[in-house]
Design a protein around this ligand. Sequence first.
Ligand code: 13P
Length: 347
Amino acid sequence: MFKKMEKNNLNKIAIRLSKPPKGILAADESTNTITKRFDDINVPSNYENRRKYRELLFKTENLNSFISGVILYDETIRQSTSEGIPFGEYLNQQGIYPGIKVDTGAIQMTKESKEKITEGLDGLGKRLIEYKKMGAVFTKWRAIIDIEEDGAVPSDIAIDLNCSNLARYAKIVQENGMVPIVEPEVLMDGSHSIQKCFDVTSEVQKILFEKLIKNNVSLDGILLKPNMVISGKKAVSQASVSEVAEMTLKCLKKSVPNEVPGIVFLSGGQSNELATSHLNEMNKLDTSLPWNLSFSYGRALQQPCLASWKGEDKNILDSQNALFKRSKLNSSATVGKYSEDHENLKL
Ligand code: 13P
């Protein structure tokens, strides 16, 4: 039996993580992914550069005014500040919850298939015990759902298996006393319409919640990290900010039970400004939503910061200012107070 006190504790953490005016910084890029980001700025992706970059992020002054939690990668949670304070401990000292990505990545579902399935259930319980000792209080698992114009992708089996794994993961995480972020990402690659994204996202979320309920996951102790309902990146006609906000809210209201404390969006390849505008519009449109509506952005928070850093110590302050700015603007968006003019303000 899931203990009542534990359940209340998870609910409190999930609320604190998603409660406006704060959101989550996703800094859990795998070594492969961060290497691609470093390649773009011509910085060698070695152990020390990755540590230095993460230290720069976490030491941004007053980050804790806008950021409630940071998602770390396995390598990062084992690293420390230059003074030797382990990152998990350092973040906790700043009043920022450390979280950890616990899936081990996505592989091709079958030899013939283009679709992917996320792995990482084996030994998960044991890994969680270790992460908890390192200070982590929440976790993340990302499933990827692709859309292809021919209608065959996503297949029912890809949705089913990915949602089953998400539900099993969430149950194991709660049993270990941590909050699972459940991330079913419908990709924005491709030329599909916003309506197609709406249909697929609705279907995925419907099946996901069926599985979570069947697995006895406490819905008041999770966070949902969904994609926004948006036109495919290559679609000729791009939906407006208000269309994205309306259709995303319509989809979430249809699928997400009221007990879920918070919804924290991924940015998924949107521009920094659009990711902020979309979140802002949703929070402006409906101020009586049953769940907190905030962000858990990776790229949309870090892009300008990485670009300013370029791997050089002399750029650290500029780079931190860039992270501070995007965090502050997204924080405003969680309360519907962002405006495009703020992009030009000196912060
Ligand atoms: P993006 O905001 O860059 O999509 O990253 C969020 C994330 O954590 C993906 O798993």
